[in-house]
Structures are given as structure tokens and as C-alpha cells.
Design a binder for this molecule. Sequence first.
Ligand SMILES: [Zn+2]
Ligand SMILES: [Zn+2]
Length: 347
Amino acid sequence: MTTATGYAATATPGEVERVQLDRRDLRPDDVEVRITHCGVCHTDLHALSGHAGRGDVPLVPGHEFVGEVASVGAAVTRFAVGDPVAVGNIVDSCGTCEMCAAGHENMCVEFPTLTYGGVDRIDGTPTLGGWSSAYVVREDFVYHRPAHLDPAAVAPLMCAGVTVWEPLREWGVGPGSRVGVVGLGGLGHLAVKLAVALGAEVTVLTRTADKADDARALGAHRVVVSTDDAAMAAAAGSLDLVLDCAPAEHDLGPYLRTLALDGTLVVLGFLGAGAVDAMDLLRARRRLASSGSAGRARTQELLDFCGEHGVTADVEVLPSAQVATALSRLAAGDVRYRFTLDLRDLG
Ligand SMILES: [Zn+2]
Ligand SMILES: [Zn+2]
């Protein structure tokens, strides 16, 4: 067992405190990562607010982190000490089910082991996340990180990035594709950058006109203000794929109606129940889908693509001691576009 330092939930909803935590001794196929940066995502907010009173199960958030390899198990072949690496929101899966066999570890039938809030498949201990100085993880769920990119800006690729990359690739986005992005936060701003880098024509659908300049600065070709009925009517039937990254419950109808024949709306930001008018699907044979995280191959593919095209997240970097500021500002929607904690202050 090695000791790491990190941030764990307290009994007060939404609050974390600095703690010592144990990381397991390396198994033969384990990699120990010395963490330098970890992103702050909406999942962390939800996990912390839902954890109150559950003092029996420790919660250490953080599931998009980068660092260097600190040590490797005896059977590790793909990594050496000092390698720049990244880890996302999944750290294990069964490896044998239909989904895993097809490279969709994120949809493992036995449910993938989450980077935090999960249960280790071998020793049954709760997984503790990346808001910490070190993490021990199976080699198969560690990824090579392009060393020439700013590590703080790479970290959010591992959750926000893969979440939008998966549908962009699954629906074959490339030159000629007409892609819409709803919501310009952590997910949405990366969706715009990645879709543009893939060669698509990108439209941002935003509730307020004051985001238009930001959207264009990220590379968007067109901005439609979704609260402007005339603008939305003019945009009807104009898109092939819409990535809905808005984090709160909302009406899907207006966004479905922006789709052309056989177009697909992929819900990524708010994963809850909502009513859909089947007529919005029937007209133009539209499809409604969802997606979450990505498999191992596609995760490495994203990092390689970003290295080649120079794509990273726009981040505000805070020393980890200011994690409370990151949490309260994220809850208020006050961040462009992702907070990354610099964990090197943990020593
Ligand atoms: Zn996340
Ligand atoms: Zn599986």
C-alpha cells in the first residue's frame, strides 16, 4: 500500500477536505500515475451533492486526469517510468462480454468500473478518483498523452472530450457534415473544436446571443439563438447531427426539428427522462440517441487526433487548494470552459 494525498467528500453536501488515502500495491498489470492535473466536471458536482451523509463510503472525485508514470508492475509492456499519460472515467471492465469484445468497454454488460465511486473488480474496495497525488490503474485503461500539448488542457479530453468524440466518430462526421452543438460549456466547446477539426460545418445553438462571439472564436461557422423562434424556424431541417450538451432538463423538440432527413439528435448533457413528440421524429425520419464516454481504442484515437491537430480544452487552471472555488463557480455556470486542478501542490 502506498499513501497518496487527495480531496474527499465531507458530511456537508458539496464540500471536500484534504485527506490521506491508500493506493494499492501494484499488481503485475498495474501502472502508478503521478497526477499533475485533473479536470472538474458536472459529474463531480452531482456526486458530491448526492454523497451527503454517506460517511461509510469515501468519495474522492475526479475522472479526467493526466500525469506521468511513476512505477509499473512486472507484466506491464506498454508504459515505462516517466511516460506522459492520461486516464479517463473508466478504469476496468469485464473484458469478455459482447460490448467489451467489440471495443465498447464503456458499455460493458457487467458495467465498467468507474474511476471513482466504483468497486475494484479484484479486491472489492471502492475506487477513489483523480483529485489526488497518485492513482493506481490497470495498464489497459491508461493512455499515451501527446507530450507537446499543455497537460492542464489535455485533462478534460478524458471525460468531456471522449463524450463528444464518440458520437462524432460513430456518426461518421467529416468534411460535408452539418453538425449542431447545443450548449457551450465543458462538453459543447470541445464538440465545436473537434467537429471543426474533423472538417464539419458547425452550428452552435445557444440560448443567448452574447455567446455568439465565443462560439465563432471556437471555430463555429454559424450561430443560431435558440430562444429566437424565427431563427429556429429558419434553421429547421438544416443539420445532420446535433450533439445536445445542455446540462439541465429541456424540451428536445426544437432541436429535433433542426435535423434534416435521417438526422440524429444525440443527448449527452442531461441524462434524465423527457417527453418527445413522435411527430418530430416521423417528419424527416429523425433519430434520437444518447452516448456516454468511449471505449479504449476510441479514447486513444482522440488523444492521437488532438496531438495531430493541436486540439485541447480551454481551461481555467486553479491550484488544488482552491477546489472549493472551482466547485462553486462550476455550479454557477461561471467557467470558460473547464476547470482543471493543478495537483502538484499536494506534494
Ligand atoms: Zn466527467
Ligand atoms: Zn464487459
